[in-house]
Design a protein around this ligand. Structure first.
Ligand SMILES: Nc1ncnc2c1ncn2[C@@H]1O[C@H](COP(=O)(O)OP(=O)(O)OP(=O)(O)O)[C@@H](O)[C@H]1O
Ligand SMILES: [Mg+2]
Length: 793
């Protein structure tokens, strides 16, 4: 073994006359032989030391920094004081394993002169060239080319007074051989990062051969296999019997089988728990007559329908009801219904897949013939096309017209059926006045689905829903309708301009600000979070599903309303993104008031009156209630804080009353018609709600909304943003400009040809809901009537 110069460089003091070392104890034993060699060649040893030059830091610095990154900062003095400074750092650093190895063993070069053991020459087992690395061949970063020791002294003076004493008092150390016997010294086999010894030298000596232990021969190991997560198992993991190489292949297989069983059981019990969890979900709404008419046409008459209507006419509510009824109808063959949407977000909202995913066409940019070949090669996609009887498409306004034609051709050819869409019944909804399709290339203008060559033959009936549920105030509904059609009267412009004032509410909820881009949303929410004091609670989603490729799965789930991670603080404004109860639905906005576990919440719920104040900020009642809630959240109010803590959110309902909900994780699925869950995310059903993107807001109903129209840039954006609001009192609009309300002329043309289902129902002469060919006649007769009704202002 050798005592390399690089080691010396790291520890040599800056006193030229009195050299001291900080030796890694592991090196002490190694040092014995080499020191003897060197001491016997005293001159050579001193030369080695004197030749040692200042920049001692480089060889050790990385190790020191690794050992305790906190104790080193960039601003700390560097090379010149390294010997001294590092010694102090390392010996003081309790956390550093390097530091502990450095437990301050000091000695002077002269120590060895008086050591009788050093007075004999030993024959080193290895040739010298292998043991002492010559300076020339191993200059290292701190070799002779660096600053000299004297340079170091002057700099060290400023750092450590005791280093400049003429004579330094070193601790009285036991003799070297005594030190060898110190029980505290780590074994010499402890690996030293810069040692050039081969790893095998650090290995402990091989144990004497033992009788082989086979797992099934010990009762302990049997228990371990049955219950690998018991403490016993954990304890035994360090025993030799549990080491994988001590098991036979069949024993390993048995163990894996047991583990699989256990994890299956766990999953099943988690599932059971989910199922058993009492959940008062949203009760079915009473559908209006027009909604019922559509439902009947789809489920009973099995017609291919496109139902549309302005924002808030209950298209989504109706679509959910249709899906429910269809699933019930085809409960024996659930894969007969394909639930899809134009975008990932819309698909996630109805627990379906994107049209692209369903079709198995990738991006779908190739010509139809190639896509047909592609689908034919993909057995799963082929099966989906063949099995589907009803194809549901939500948010059709964002489906490209060319894509619609391609899908129609694929359906016909894969199903070998010449009827439109190969005989598949289409149930399509959306509002073309809202967000348009994203064009395939920037050079070509967006083509709407109704512009597809096969739209008219594929859709038997187009139905217009006219009753607006979202806005109860007919004046406001009419203002929004004008905006939708892009024909805004001067009075309406004035009315919108008057909404630039700040909202006037007396509770703690603020308006949700809608932005066109995601970056603006993230900045706005992050800025608001920073203003809150208190601890950040982080909730990470659990993702699963049949798609094992992580990137692919993440891409699918990136469209999910639930984020992969959400950071919350007490006081954060949040939006519920799942329908929970009648009044707590997707879009409800509230504020996080505490984080608590389920049992504490149960206690809170049963004594709710104690925890609700009069709502007036600063009042006695309110502060008492807050105190109680705080105490409860900290487990001081009788609640047993046993489990994981979840956000407790106080939602303000439309009638002004408050509801508290403990927001525990919910699941969002991306599910193929055959029931295969491609991807699933489980996360607390909340997102930050000071700000939201217009894209994510599409489809939402929001009680308080703030929009800066100066920022919108896309057709339909202004209408989507403003039509989220339920009332004028809950809407703040800045920079309202009628020019920002852009409507595509093709969309106006398309809607001018529609009539409402009410008109059809009223006038039986049309024979109820009309067939595809009759529709044109109906449209011709009723279009002027209807359009003049909607364009009346
Ligand atoms: N039959 C109904 N009875 C009572 N409320 C209803 C009914 N249908 C819908 N609503 C309510 O009207 C609001 C808007 O409904 P929904 O979101 O389905 O409209 P939409 O047409 O899909 O709107 P958008 O085009 O903005 O997505 C929701 O708050 C919903 O609960
Ligand atoms: Mg909707």
């Amino acid at each position: 073994m050798y005592f390399s110069k690089s080691r010396l460089r790291g520890v040599v003091s800056t006193q030229p006359s009195t050299v001291f070392f900080t030796l890694r104890p592991a090196a002490v034993q190694q040092f014995s032989a080499s020191a003897r060699l060197k001491a016997s060649r005293g001159a050579m040893f001193r030369k080695a030391v004197n030749n040692h030059t200042a920049p001692a830091k480089p060889p050790l610095q990385p190790n020191a920094s690794r050992a305790n990154t906190n104790s080193f900062s960039a601003s700390q003095p560097t090379a010149p004081i390294v010997g001294a400074k590092r010694k102090l750092d390392m010996t003081n650093s309790g956390q550093s394993d390097l530091g502990s190895l450095h437990s301050a063993v000091y000695f002077e070069a002269d120590d060895f002169d008086s050591d009788p053991d050093l007075d004999f020459e030993i024959q080193h087992p290895l040739p010298q060239s292998q043991n002492i690395i010559p300076t020339s061949t191993n200059p290292g970063p701190g070799s002779t080319s660096g600053p000299t020791i004297s340079t170091n002294i002057s700099k060290v003076n400023t750092v450590s007074a005791y280093l400049v004493q003429d004579e330094i008092k070193y601790p009285d150390l036991p003799k070297l051989e005594d030190r060898h016997r110190e029980p505290a010294a780590p074994p010499s086999s402890a690996p030293i990062p810069w040692s050039s010894s081969p790893p095998s030298h650090h290995l402990p000596p091989p144990p004497p051969p033992k009788k082989r232990t086979i797992p099934w021969q010990t009762s302990e190991s049997k228990t371990d296999i049955k219950n690998p997560i018991t403490p016993a198992a954990q304890r035994t993991t360090s025993k030799k019997v549990d080491l994988p190489w001590n098991k036979t292949a069949s024993a390993m297989k048995d163990e894996q089988k047991e583990l699989r069983k256990i994890s299956k059981k766990k999953l099943a019990s988690a599932d059971d728990h989910q199922k058993r969890k009492p959940r008062e979900r949203v009760a079915s709404l009473f559908l209006s007559d027009e909604q019922k008419g559509v439902l009947d046409a789809v489920v009973e008459k099995e017609k291919s329908i496109f139902f549309t209507g302005s924002a808030g006419t209950g298209k989504s509510v109706l679509m959910r009801e249709i899906i429910k009824k269809l699933r019930d109808k085809y409960r024996r063959d659930p894969d007969r219904i394909a639930v899809t949407a134009s975008t990932g977000l819309a698909a996630c909202n109805i627990e379906g897949v994107t049209l692209h995913s369903f079709a198995g066409i990738g991006l779908g940019k190739e010509p139809a013939a190639e896509l047909v070949k592609k689908v034919r090669k993909n057995q799963k996609a082929r099966n989906r096309w063949s099995r589907t009887k009803v194809l549901v498409v939500d948010e059709v306004s964002m489906v490209d017209g060319d894509l619609f034609d391609k899908l129609e051709e694929i359906a016909r050819r894969i199903r070998n059926n010449g009827r439109p869409f190969g005989g598949i019944q289409l149930v399509v909804t959306g509002d073309f006045f809202q967000l348009p399709p994203v064009p395939e290339t920037s050079t070509r203008e967006a083509k709407f689905a109704f512009d597809a060559a096969t739209w008219c033959t594929s859709i038997q009936h187009t139905i217009l829903l006219t009753h607006v549920f979202r806005q109860k105030d007919p004046t406001f509904a009419e203002m929004l309708n004008e905006m939708r059609l892009g024909k805004i009267s001067p009075q309406t412009i004035e009315a919108f301009r008057s909404l630039s004032r700040p909202l006037d509410f007396h509770d703690s909820l603020e308006a949700t600000e809608l932005f066109p881009t995601r970056a603006e949303v993230e900045n706005a929410n992050a800025a608001r979070m920073r203003t809150l004091s208190g601890d950040v609670m982080t909730f990470n989603a659990i993702d699963s599903g049949s798609i094992l490729d992580k990137t692919h799965r993440e891409r699918l789930l990136s469209n999910c309303m639930a984020p992969p991670t959400i950071h919350l603080k007490k006081g954060a404004q949040v939006m519920l993104i799942k329908n929970m109860e009648d009044t707590l639905v997707n879009g409800s906005v509230g504020r996080v008031v505490a984080f608590m576990d389920e049992s504490t919440f149960d206690h809170y719920r049963t004594n709710e009156d104690d925890f609700t104040g009069d709502g007036k900020e600063g009042s006695d009642d309110d502060s008492k209630a807050r105190k109680k809630l705080r105490a409860l959240a900290h487990g001081k109010e009788g609640g047993v804080t046993t489990g994981r803590k979840w956000p407790l959110v106080c939602f303000v309902q439309p009638d002004g009353t408050e509801r508290h909900l403990l927001c525990q994780p919910e699941s969002w699925k991306i599910e193929l018609p055959n029931g295969e869950i491609q991807a699933m995310r489980t996360q607390v059903p909340l997102i930050l709600a000071w700000a939201l993107s217009i894209h994510k807001a599409q489809g939402q109903t929001l009680p308080r909304v703030k929009v800066d129209l100066g920022k919108v840039f896309e057709k339909g954006q202004a209408y989507v943003a403003l039509s989220r609001a339920t009332s004028q009192a809950g809407l703040q609009v800045s920079r309202f400009d009628p020019k920002k309300v852009m409507v595509h002329p093709k969309v106006i043309g398309f809607y001018s040809n529609l009539t409402s289902i009410n008109a059809v129902i009223k006038d039986r002469s049309y024979g109820g809901i009309n067939g595809g060919n009759k529709r044109q006649k109906l449209n011709e007769d009723a279009a002027d009537d209807q359009f003049s009704k909607y364009m009346s202002v």
